[in-house]
Design a protein around this ligand. Structure first.
Ligand SMILES: O=C(O)CCC(=O)C(=O)O
Ligand SMILES: [Fe+2]
Length: 307
């Protein structure tokens, strides 16, 4: 283990998801877009009500769904009854699947991972079983982080366990020009070293913790829009700055990103298939009653090198 930060420097992790007030449930705006029935939420996140993902989508329909996803960053297909094969087929339309690095948790396919609090012989058998999770970006410690994460709700608790999505494009746009200029060209180190609860980074970092440097601001390849590409759980430092300077800037940006004005709070329903874009969102999870089962099937799709 090599200490990357002194133990008292993990101050960014004093923040908890429970500090963020529950974002009130907005009913959303109903719209019809080229045959799709939508409920659009603010600042991001759109429900799609009339698609059945057990069927192969025709080209036109798939293209409309991609347009909506690129615009709204998070799409939720309600009321799906899906086998893993259906989820895999949909994921492969999005792109090449991304194999998870914690292989002990892989499911029917190396790109599938179950997130659940199921126990066998008293021990959790799946990934991220309980507790809140700090804001993060999936696989940002890899050279090619996931573009899409696709989560299917198989069992959900009566209350809690909401997943929060931060619109990192809106957050970037809201920065003042001076801050935007300051961030231009900066790169940051992203690191996977969190514990199972994923609420804080460890003070000691193991030598083999996967890590990668990425730009602090990235441009979405499909939309050309810029987003902040850092997060409190995995971004450790900004390159070329001393530690205090780097931490102060990161803390300022984390606080900005986690402003509820940029957050859509998803309240899960059984049968939701939710796909988010890791290139322009961060996500986090609220705590829930560990005695109630929560089971989600996750599939990740590989993205481009952030630029
Ligand atoms: O359990 C959740 O709601 C989200 C877990 C998560 O971060 C993920 O699936 O990538
Ligand atoms: Fe995640």
């Amino acid at each position: 283990m090599k200490p990357l930060l002194p133990s008292d420097a993990s101050n960014t992790m004093t923040m908890q998801i429970s500090d963020i007030p529950e974002v009130t449930q907005d009913p959303g705006r109903r719209e019809n877009d080229r045959g799709l029935e939508l409920v659009r939420h603010a600042p991001c996140g759109t429900e799609i009500l009339n698609v059945d993902l057990t069927r192969e989508l025709d080209e036109e329909r798939f293209r409309v769904i991609m347009d909506i996803w690129h615009r709204d960053h998070v799409v939720v297909f309600r009321d799906q009854i899906l086998e893993s094969e259906d989820q895999l087929r949909f994921g492969r339309r999005i792109g090449e699947l991304s194999v998870i690095h914690t292989q002990e948790f892989s499911g029917e396919d190396p790109a599938i991972m179950y997130i659940s609090n199921v126990k066998e012989d008293g021990a959790f058998v799946h990934a991220l079983p309980i507790g809140e999770m700090m804001f993060h970006i999936d696989q940002c410690y890899k050279p090619n982080p996931a573009k899409a994460s696709i989560l299917y709700a198989m069992e959900i608790p009566k209350a809690g366990g909401n997943t929060l999505f931060c619109d990192a494009t809106a957050a970037y746009d809201a920065l003042d020009d001076e801050t935007k200029a300051r961030l231009d060209g900066l790169r940051a180190l992203n690191l996977y070293d969190y514990d199972a609860a994923a609420t804080h980074t460890a003070a000691e970092v193991s030598d083999d913790a996967p890590s990668h440097e990425h730009p602090v601001v990235r441009t979405h390849p499909a939309t050309g829009r810029k987003s902040l590409f850092i997060n409190r759980l995995m971004t450790r430092s900004i390159l070329g700055m001393d530690r205090e300077q780097s931490q102060a800037l990161l803390d300022q940006l984390f606080d900005h990103l986690e402003n509820p004005a940029f957050v859509y709070e998803h309240r899960w329903r059984l049968g939701d298939l939710l796909m988010w874009d890791n290139r322009c969102t961060l996500h986090a999870r609220r705590d829930f009653n560990p005695e109630e089962q929560r089971i989600l099937r996750r599939l990740t799709v590989q993205g481009e090198t952030p630029a």
